[in-house]
Design a protein around this ligand. Structure first.
Ligand code: UD1
Length: 366
């Protein structure tokens, strides 16, 4: 079975690592790893291949950054050539990025079967490009690997056939378990001169927050107000550009309780999250990682696709409202033994064997 796996961004490399490892165990699988080049900086891509000991992609399409249509269209043109020459039996697309929809749409137009990993997640907010990407990807895929029961229910509610849907668990959780020992060996907490549980980890990169100067200003105001809290902020390259454009970069850099740093690799990021008092983020993946690492999360969005975490009471949605951000953070700061409460919660995202199930199902249906 020629299995083409299309990736392009930082979170997709993480989600795919357990699938790549599992594929290597099956002699009957020929893995064709394709990188679209959506992410290209060392700390957005290569570092994850190195840390996770992944094979080099068979092809890197080097598409790079651009507008959504330009980026997605260019990926499709290049992916079509690649699929025609590599002749995969199945195309696997993880997540919800422009690389995901480009892979799914190109394959479906070539009448190749598509498997979507992380299928059925829904924020019901069509302003987010990811929501459009994940819905369209689900509707042109023939195998839908839902990380949770709730995701599977979202798919059936949209009329997708039950025999295409499998609750596999979340490959991001597989990855976290596989890399927890290496993560615990990093000394990032010490290196940044932090004390365990006495700081917050912040990430920010969603267009609705960073491309919108008014929202960016509101979030910055909340962060500046939270003087009693050390905030570690590994900033995405687009976020740095947006902060600079809004004349906020030098201002944030000058604030003593905010540590603005370059993006971190996977192991250091896991360790930084594990030891944080709380996470502040607009990322999808980090909301789940915070939960698995027993760190409460404040999500700087109005909606989330991971309602499993809000339903368990460990993730608070605050949008970009400075009052709500500050209130939520202060509440966590004064609440004791939050981590021990989180440790006792059930995990709706599987048992760390999602990749094993995904590969077994694909082989069964071959
Ligand atoms: C993309 C995904 C998002 C995912 C995120 C993870 C889409 C629509 N968005 O968002 O779902 O959560 O990746 O990080 O697919 N840039 C660099 N170096 C890089 C990559 C990007 O400097 O290696 C800068 C460029 O200025 C670029 C901007 O970041 O224009 C945005 O990159 P892009 O890939 O379009 O979107 P992300 O914000 O990374």
């Amino acid at each position: 079975m020629r299995l083409m796996l299309v990736i392009g961004t930082r979170p997709q490399i993480i989600k795919s690592a357990p699938i790549i490892r599992e594929a290597k165990k099956h002699k009957e699988i020929e893995l064709q790893l394709i990188h679209t080049g959506q992410h290209y900086d060392f700390e957005m891509s290569r570092i994850f291949f190195n840390e996770m000991e992944l094979p080099d992609p068979l092809v890197n399409l080097n598409v790079g950054s651009g507008t959504h249509a330009w980026q997605t269209g260019n990926m499709m043109v290049k992916l079509e050539q690649t699929m025609l020459s590599q002749k995969p039996d199945i195309v696997v697309v993880p997540g919800d990025t422009n690389s995901t929809i480009a892979g799914a749409l190109t394959a479906s137009k070539l009448q190749l079967p598509v498997a979507h990993v992380e299928s059925g997640a829904r924020s019901y907010d069509l302003r987010m490009p990811e929501e459009v990407n994940r819905r369209l990807t689900d509707h042109c895929s023939s195998l839908l690997f839902a990380p949770t029961k709730n995701c599977a229910e979202n798919l059936t509610a949209e009329g997708l056939p039950r025999n295409c849907i499998r609750v596999s668990g979340d490959t991001m959780y597989d990855a976290l378990l596989q890399h927890a020992p290496a993560a615990s060996k990093t000394d990032i907490v010490k290196k940044l001169e932090l004390q365990s549980e006495e700081y917050a980890t912040l990430t920010l990169h969603r267009p609705e927050n960073v491309d919108n100067p008014s929202n960016l200003m509101k979030i910055a105001k909340a962060l500046i107000t939270l003087k009693q809290l050390t905030i570690v902020f590994p900033a995405h390259p687009r976020t740095k550009q947006c902060l600079d454009a809004a004349n906020l970069l030098t201002k944030i850099e000058a604030i003593s309780h905010i540590k603005l740093i370059d993006p971190l690799g996977y192991h250091e990021m896991l360790q930084l999250t594990k030891h944080a008092r709380m996470v502040l983020t607009d990322s999808g993946g980090l909301q789940k990682e915070a939960f698995w690492l027993h760190t409460p999360c404040i999500t700087l969005r109005d909606r989330t696709e991971w309602i499993e975490t809000t339903q368990l009471g460990v993730n608070t949605l605050v949008g970009s409202s400075p009052q709500k951000i500050v209130r939520a953070a202060r509440e966590i700061m004064i609440t004791s033994s939050v981590k021990s409460k989180l440790e006792k919660l059930r995990n709706p995202f599987g048992d760390g064997r999602a990749a094993e199930r995904i590969l077994a199902e694909m082989l069964k249906r071959r």
